[in-house]
Design a protein around this ligand. Structure first.
Ligand code: FAD
Ligand code: FES
Length: 511
């Protein structure tokens, strides 16, 4: 029986299918021998690719075809149908591809094609590229530089002790105990030396000298560069908590932070989560999954209302309450001492430790001290160039002219950071690519994922479609009659369609 179940399902494409069995713009799942294959038809062209996204294995048959690209329904990775190449993060690895043979009105899939090779040479010869930061943007830049065939030196400096990690996992499956630690690194450690990426961990850049094109490390040594990518990310905000021992108050940014929280959770029964932010509530979900009694304290009336609006805020709250999470909203922590929490409204309860999810602050100190132009973050143009020649910025620190909203925007999203790292990589090699990706993020609570595409800091209208409480719906955030953003629950295709529509909007650049 088990063997039966593991056999690939659908038609066997090695035996051929009639072209007519595949709708003009349709997809069809089947197999070629033991391999699962997804056929995608665009008019007369038929492509055969692996049906699983190389990010988290999302089902591509439920995705969207845009031109000759295939978009993943889960986190919007974008693949080239012809070569399988991962064009836009969060996937980095290509899809397997097969040769499609046409005979009369039949099509056959028999031969797996070789993986796309790194380009043989970069568009322009650039010497040493220095990447400040070993996170989402830094990793994505280094990975793509090598894929694009950059032959020069790449040095990546990170004050983190770990090689680049899948940070979103740290507040989700890994923290909940349902993903092993081997899933957390973005690449095995050997990847960096094998690809000539000089990754220097536990190393802090103390200063930046744009005039002499060098950075100064904490130990006083200097490192020169031809191009520099600033991708220093953000750090958690730590609010003072009267009475709390520092050893019982945690924040979550790095793998090391996560390991400490997991260790502490192993000997605790009750946790206080300060802040009903995305991170705060993902931590609440993960620790609830571990069986802890979870109390969330936050000053707002509804969790995440500022970003998701009241309707989704209520749904998120109900989702957590159904799992037994206690909310203490419109209140703050007055005191946390000797395992006892007292709130501003007088409520008291026990907690063994606390995790703070009270937002992050971009790490712009280097840019600031070097007099780079700032705008509530590091100001960059549409090519992600800072005000200093040869210096680019990407990720949580970068405020860029967002095409869709027409506003200078800075967000803290994994997909945006990785895609900006990729655009910066191309531009450091001399391409002139504008960063035009529509912002996207997801947040996972238990088995529910909220997908959010676009960016709306404010709106004058919220349109709800479907039934959010039944976890099947979406919310459009509109201003002046325009949809600025769409948040959805289990409406992945509509989320992808909304993204494709937003991509068409070429709003004028801010002056
Ligand atoms: C627990 C957690 C869960 C998240 N979940 C999601 C999610 O589900 N969806 C989503 O869209 N986003 C999520 N995010 C946000 C996302 O991870 C960030 O937006 C993304 O990591 C930003 O990438 P970055 O490269 O700008 O910064 P980072 O990934 O933070 O990397 C910054 C790097 O710079 C290094 N650095 C900083 N200053 C220096 C210095 N002076 N010298 C040397 N090195 C330095 C740091 O050590 C780090 O390696 C999550 C974040 C966290 C913390
Ligand atoms: S699973 Fe495909 S983008 Fe994440």
């Amino acid at each position: 029986m088990a063997e039966e179940e593991s056999k690939p399902k659908g038609p066997d494409f090695t035996k051929g299918i009639a072209l007519a069995a595949l709708a003009e713009h349709g997809m069809l799942s089947g197999h070629a021998g033991e391999d699962e294959v997804l056929l995608v038809r665009r008019g007369d062209d038929v492509f055969a690719v692996s049906p699983h996204c190389t990010h988290y294995h999302g089902p591509l048959a439920d995705g969207l075809v845009v031109g000759t690209t295939l978009r993943c329904p889960w986190h919007h990775a974008c693949f080239d149908l012809g070569s399988g190449e991962a064009l836009h993060a969060p996937a980095f690895d290509p899809l397997d591809c097969w040769k499609v043979e046409k005979q009369d009105d039949m099509i056959f899939v028999r031969e797996k094609l070789p993986k796309p090779k790194s380009k043989s040479r970069a568009a322009e010869k650039i010497g040493k590229i220095l990447i400040a930061g070993g996170g989402a943007a830094g990793f994505a830049a280094a990975e793509l530089l090598r894929r694009l065939g950059h032959q020069g030196e790449i040095v990546m400096i990170s004050d983190d002790a770990s090689p680049p990690v899948d940070r979103p996992n740290l507040s989700k499956d890994y923290l909940a105990g349902s993903a092993p630690e081997e899933w957390v690194p973005l690449r095995p450690e050997s990847y960096y030396s094998e690809n000539g990426i000089d990754l220097r961990l536990g190393t802090r850049i103390a200063a930046l000298d744009p005039r002499d094109r060098q950075v100064v490390l904490e130990d006083g040594s200097t490192l020169g560069y031809d191009r520099l990518l600033l991708a220093t990310g953000a750090e958690p905000v730590r609010l003072p908590v009267p009475g709390a021992a520092p050893s019982e108050l945690f924040t979550l940014r790095s793998l090391a932070d996560c390991r400490v929280i997991i260790g502490r959770a192993g000997t605790a029964a009750r946790v206080l989560v300060i802040g009903a932010s995305f991170i705060g509530l993902e931590v609440a979900a993960a620790l609830r999954t571990r069986g802890l009694d979870v109390h969330v304290v936050a000053p707002e009336a509804r969790p995440m209302e500022k970003v998701l609006g009241p309707e989704l805020g209520d749904v998120v709250r109900a989702l957590h309450e159904d799992k037994g999470v206690h909310f203490h909203l419109e209140s703050t922590v007055r005191n946390f001492e000797n395992g006892r929490v007292t709130l501003s409204n007088g409520t008291a309860f026990g907690a063994d430790f606390a995790v703070m999810g009270t937002g992050v602050r971009p790490r712009i100190a280097l840019a600031q001290a070097a007099n780079l132009a700032l705008d509530r973050g590091v100001a960059v143009n549409s090519h992600l160039e800072t005000s200093a020649p040869g210096i680019y910025a990407a990720g949580d620190i970068a405020r860029w002219p967002d095409r869709h909203s027409g506003e200078a925007t800075r967000v803290e999203h994994w997909v945006v950071a990785t895609r900006q790292g990729q655009t910066a990589a191309r531009n450091m090699l001399g391409h002139r690519e504008e960063f035009t990706s529509v912002p996207f993020f997801w947040s996972q609570h238990y088995d529910i994922s909220i997908n959010y595409v676009g960016h709306a800091e404010s709106w004058d209208e919220i349109c709800v479609e479907g039934d959010l409480r039944a976890k099947d719906g979406l919310v459009r955030f509109r201003r002046g009659g325009r949809t600025l953003a769409v948040a959805s629950l289990f409406r992945d295709l509509e989320s992808l369609q909304a993204e494709a529509v937003m991509e068409q909007v070429a709003a004028p650049h801010p002056a």
